[in-house]
Design a protein around this ligand. Structure first.
Ligand code: CUA
Length: 326
């Protein structure tokens, strides 16, 4: 959509158009209220100016009451109703924004002062650029190597903070091919304003060509499998291990029981926490035998290990691990 007097970046997703709808509704209502108050103020300034011959008593006050409850109640109820509408409208949009679809293409983003590093599941890497296919939900799993950054694509009307020490997720489904600016939207140091990039939304054919044209690096999961052995994880979590450790096959995405009786979703965040600080959430039926890896593994190691463990989602515990990877 285009509007007279204002120019907004193109809306490249259906979600962006919905956000814009809410934005214009809030802006419109606020403008009308502001105009109404300005007109009323101007009118009353003249009508009730000093020396004007007018009746200055409200009907309620004339009837002997000390205040006008009707006016007060109206002034509370009407704005309250508008705020509730905006709240429900915004909450509905937020739930969509916070709930990536299961078929989303997962891509990893690592932010650092002052660049964006992007890794695709097949091992393709890029810097300050993100290539995605059109009409496909894309889920970014993001973390920072240093301070807080914020991944912001104005054309998608979406942004999310990127924090050191944890994963945050942003998803979108672009329906309009094009090249869109990417910005860091959290002041992150002297190079913050230069921390920009581009998102390339391409047709499926162009995207396949782009993927195939990259260097034939091993996939993240493949690298993760190597890391899994180097760090000794396979010694305990492997299928033939004699040490009592939970199998990682077939559990990704499931709710798993913990020793304190609670349940947790076995997702990227849980994998990350369990590698770094395993003592915090122990799987039910197991003891705390795993050493913490905090300080011993890099963000890159974590991404690779997580990709490997995710790749086990549809495997069974007795399949020798790693065989499902190319
Ligand atoms: Cu990164 Cu601002």
């Amino acid at each position: 959509m285009s509007y007279p007097l204002v120019s907004l970046p193109v809306a490249a997703t259906p979600y962006a158009e919905k956000v814009e709808g809410l934005f214009w509704a809030v802006t419109g209502v606020c403008t009308l209220v502001t105009l109404g108050i300005a007109v009323a103020m101007t009118y009353f300034c003249f009508r009730y100016r000093s020396g004007a011959e007018v009746d200055r008593t409200l009907p309620d006050l004339a009837a002997g009451k000390s205040r006008s409850r009707r006016i007060e109640a109206t002034w509370i109820a009407v704005p309250f109703a508008f705020f509730l509408i905006f709240f429900a409208w915004g909450a509905k949009l937020y739930y969509v924004y916070d709930d990536p679809p299961d078929n989303a293409l997962q891509i990893f983003v690592t932010a650092k002062q002052w660049m964006w590093k992007v890794e695709h599941a097949d091992g393709r890497r890029e810097i300050n650029e993100l290539h995605v296919p059109v009409d496909q939900p894309v889920k970014l799993v993001m973390t920072s190597q240093d301070v807080i950054h914020d991944f912001y694509v104005p054309a998608f009307r979406e942004k999310r903070d990127i924090l050191p020490g944890r994963y945050t997720v942003l998803w979108f489904e672009p329906t309009l091919a094009g090249v869109y600016p990417l910005r860091c939207d959290e002041f992150c140091g002297t190079g913050h304003s230069m921390m920009t990039g581009r998102v390339y939304v391409m047709s499926r054919e162009a995207y396949s060509r782009w993927l195939a044209s990259g260097s034939q690096a091993p996939s993240l999961a493949r690298l993760g499998f190597d890391r899994f052995r180097e760090l000794g994880c396979s010694g305990c979590h492997g299928p033939s291990s004699r040490i009592h450790a939970p199998s990682l096959a077939g559990v990704y995405g499931q709710m798993v029981p913990l020793s304190d009786g609670s349940f947790v979703r076995f997702d990227d965040g849980y994998i990350r926490d369990s590698i770094l600080q395993p003592a915090r959430q122990i799987a039910a039926g197991y003891s705390n035998d795993m050493p913490p890896f905090a300080g011993r593994v890099s963000e890159q190691d974590l991404l690779e290990l997580t990709a490997y463990i995710r790749s086990l989602a549809n495997t069974s515990p007795d399949v020798p691990q790693g065989n499902h990877l190319q």
